[in-house]
Design a protein around this ligand. Structure first.
Ligand SMILES: [Zn+2]
Ligand SMILES: [Zn+2]
Length: 432
């Protein structure tokens, strides 16, 4: 009701630049759809630091270039035809393997020195051995990861897991071992432990704001990452990045206080440059790959959930800040009323209120956010292509019909399995 009044009030106000009636207003930004006045009032704070700025520029270029490639390839179907890794991603894998190869060589060298060396050599062998141990890839464990967050497993949520299996099957992969639930406006997949168990993380901040069919599309996107082996690739590359970080730390120049410091700095200069070079190269190679895999995962989302639902998910991501704000409002409100029963009431209704706020975002605000995306030209982080381009790729071109459909009855059954974790996450959120 108040929003309708606010909207009218905004419409009464004319644009100071061109005189057109303003769009939005009230809880949302008042802006001019005619000339674009005030479209991006929180204008892009440019990232500080030369490297981050260069990354953003590169991310923008790759995002736009990939968009052009994918649309030129005959719309989204053209994109699916080429699910193989691009050359740069292959090169990144090769480079990452080379980094791990050095760790392996150190390990082998250390062992050889200890076993076959004479005199002092076996003792010196401890040095490369320790370095290799420090550099080794570390796989997290599922138990450790799920220790502080609610987790759903197959016996807890048979309906959900049946749905996950179905969506996974539709994109050509298999389901997950566990579903970790938190309050984020996000969702993600990864593998963990030496046995490489698959874990899906569902952020209720996003999940609860989605319509049932959009949830299918979201799951399609996430399983698309498994189907395209993005997580395996990511694991290989992220471990290489960690090794390189350790090298960079160890080789960092010392403040020069004596001739010895200078000599040490001089001797580490070459390997230091090599580490920097490899890190930059790997970064550039993976930037393109990660953006590409997002577009391809969107393609999987459209095939499973339907194009309309997949575009709906990118819309929700576009207004992620509004969703984050909605949850923050709940936390702040909870601070002002600490007493028992009312606190429980707040927990009960939290996700319903959040979903209502998400549903209340007017079309004009989505339009504004899309224009902000165009103006800024990049997404919040450089691993994802600009959201407005993802949306455009999904909403333009031929429409995909959903392969997996979630009717109201099944949606309710899946929903019921979230009841307990929903309450746990809400309680945790209100604790602030
Ligand atoms: Zn105007
Ligand atoms: Zn993704």
């Amino acid at each position: 009701m108040t929003e309708a009044i606010d909207e009218r009030r905004a419409a009464d106000t004319a644009c100071p630049d061109c005189g057109t009636a303003l769009t939005g207003g009230g809880a949302y930004v008042a802006w001019c759809a005619g000339c674009g006045w005030n479209t991006d009032p929180g204008a892009a704070e440019e990232p500080t630091g030369r490297i981050e700025q260069a990354r953003r520029r590169l991310a923008r270029r790759y995002g736009e270039q990939l968009f052009a490639d994918l649309t030129a390839a005959g719309g989204r179907d053209g994109a699916t035809g080429r699910t193989g890794r691009s050359g740069s991603a292959l090169l990144a894998s090769g480079l990452a393997l080379a980094v791990h190869g050095i760790t392996l060589a150190l390990l082998a060298g250390g062992i050889a020195m200890i076993v076959a060396g004479e005199g002092l050599v076996p003792f010196l062998g401890a040095v490369p051995l320790v370095v290799a141990l420090v550099l080794r890839p570390r796989f997290g464990s599922l138990r450790k990861e799920t220790a502080d967050r609610p987790v759903l497993r197959r016996p807890d949520a048979p309906e959900l897991f049946a749905l996950l299996d179905e969506v996974a099957g539709a994109v050509g992969t298999t389901g997950v071992a566990a579903v970790v639930v938190d309050a984020d406006v996000n969702a993600s997949v990864h593998t963990c432990g030496v046995r490489q168990r698959r874990v899906l993380t569902v952020g209720l901040g996003l999940w609860e704001a989605l319509a049932p069919q959009e949830r299918i599309a979201l799951l399609g996107h996430e399983f698309g990452h498994y189907a395209h082996h993005d997580t395996r690739h990511l694991l290989l590359v992220s471990h290489a990045f960690r090794s390189l970080d350790t090298w960079a730390y160890a080789l960092a120049p010392q403040p020069s206080a004596s001739l010895l410091d200078d000599l040490v700095n001089l001797s580490t200069a070459l390997p230091r440059l090599a580490v920097e070079g490899v890190t930059t190269l790997l970064d550039h190679l993976t930037l393109r790959g990660s953006q590409r895999s997002e577009y391809l995962a969107d393609e999987a989302a459209a095939r499973v959930g339907g194009s309309k639902a997949a575009a709906g998910v990118t819309d929700r991501l576009l207004c992620a800040e509004i969703l984050v704000g909605s949850l923050r409002r709940e936390t702040i409100a909870a601070r002002t009323r600490r007493n028992g029963s009312r606190h429980e009431d707040a927990v009960e209704g939290l996700w319903r209120r959040h979903a209502e706020r998400a549903a209340a975002v007017p079309a004009s605000e989505y339009e504004r956010l899309r224009r902000v995306g165009e103006l800024r030209g990049h997404s919040v982080d450089s691993t994802h292509p600009p959201t407005h381009l993802r949306h455009r790729l999904l909403s333009g071109g031929e429409e995909h019909a959903p392969r997996v459909e979630l009717d109201a009855e099944r949606a309710a059954r899946v929903d019921a399995e979230f009841d307990e974790v929903r309450r746990l996450v809400a309680r945790e959120l209100l604790r602030g």
